[in-house]
Design a protein around this ligand. Sequence first.
Ligand code: HEC
Ligand code: HEC
Length: 155
Amino acid sequence: MILFLLACGHPLDSADSGADPSGSTCTSGHYWEGGNEESPVMNPGQDCVACHRSGEGPDYTLAGTVMGDYDDEDDCNGVEGVVVSILDADGKRMSLTTNAAGNFYTNDDFALPYTVSIEKDGATREMASEQDDGACNRCHTAAGEEGAPGRIVAP
Ligand code: HEC
Ligand code: HEC
């Protein structure tokens, strides 16, 4: 009975989350090491939209990273080949596929608020709430801001 409770009490824990001595994790075990050098696979996990909006690089209306676990740290490469489907307030759908770093981004316009689901190999995860900010990684940090559970994690 105790084992049962322990197993069910931590649904977000993952046995392969690769904890390191600093307490941070990187499920893929691979990091971006290029600093702010321009690249589609740059700075996984960081707030793409905010930095680009501050005059660095092209403006993005929506961008983020799908990672291996909820507490993966900044610059840890995420998961490739996850389809991020956005449904905007006008019923328009946009689909973006994550690249080798787990990053996705667009500068297409869309109507706020939007809902989103992500899919890989037939498995899905959905964000229950509507959002009106395309800067996914602003909320989906390793710690989780504004009630987010942490990173956007591949299903
Ligand atoms: C701390 C700042 C910063 C962050 C965070 C950041 N970028 Fe960048 N990005 C830059 C800079 C600077 C450039 C280069 C701009 C230039 O040389 O014109 C760039 C360029 C790019 C380019 C090349 C654009 C082009 O047309 O050549 C892509 C793609 C890109 N970033 C994607 C992303 C994604 C996706 C994220 C989030 C996962 C991200 N960036 C996060 C600063 C940042
Ligand atoms: C303003 C903060 C905020 C922004 C921006 C945001 N999210 Fe979320 N997200 C949340 C919160 C809070 C939850 C948990 C509650 C819920 O599901 O609505 C969540 C949950 C999720 C989940 C389900 C998590 C799980 O593991 O069950 C996914 C997937 C997700 N978000 C994807 C995204 C994507 C993709 C974007 C950008 C297009 C995004 N989110 C932008 C706050 C945000």
